[in-house]
Design a binder for this molecule. Sequence first.
Ligand code: DX5
Ligand code: ZN
Length: 227
Amino acid sequence: MITISGIQVAPSILNADFANLRSEVEKVASADWLHLDIMDGHFVPNLSFGPAVAKALKAHSRLPFEAHLMVDNPEFHIETFRAAGTSRVIVHVESTVHLHRLVQMIKASGQEAGVALNPATPLNTIDLVLPELKVVLLMTVNPGFGGQTLIPGVLAKIRELRQKIVADGLDCRIAVDGGINRETATEVVAAGADFLVAGTYIFKNRDDPAQVIADLKQLGNAKMSTE
Ligand code: DX5
Ligand code: ZN
């Protein structure tokens, strides 16, 4: 049996209305985390925003903030984001040749450490640091843009990681990021994910963001009642 303590939801503001970010963030107050996609135009072919935006929004939200760093030289930005108010930094395994050192830096800054893997990156790249992580973020699209379609091949990776976390008795969530909607959320939760990052589905939905978030979290209850 898979032990999951509920589904957590983190709205990504990448596809929110940038002209009204404060009210967009206020609409998702019932989420568990706020997900900040930080892009540098090098590691991924897109630019987003930086710590100044995180700091400005933090004054209008009680949610913990997480910075998903899609940048080269992620070590330059760990302290900057902590000072801007983030509680967790997620770095890409592909962005560093010193993953262990980077994870120690994040923890030493007083933040939770997470590691993200691109769709084609194998799980064994994080074996050494896995016991130190609060979250592993499995990219379900190639990073860089919101509004893409989930790559189904990642489902097997979610299952494999869930088995490993259970076997080793680790306290680590499995986050998925990219192309999450009602249908794909059902699939990734069935595979073992317990942390859903969603941008387009929450901010470009006809329904109220609070309702969309509640519906996504409900998937966890459905899963647990079938076990
Ligand atoms: C992609 C980002 C995601 C993205 C998710 O590089 O890491 O967080 O904004 O957006 P949707 O939910 O629109 O796929
Ligand atoms: Zn992200």
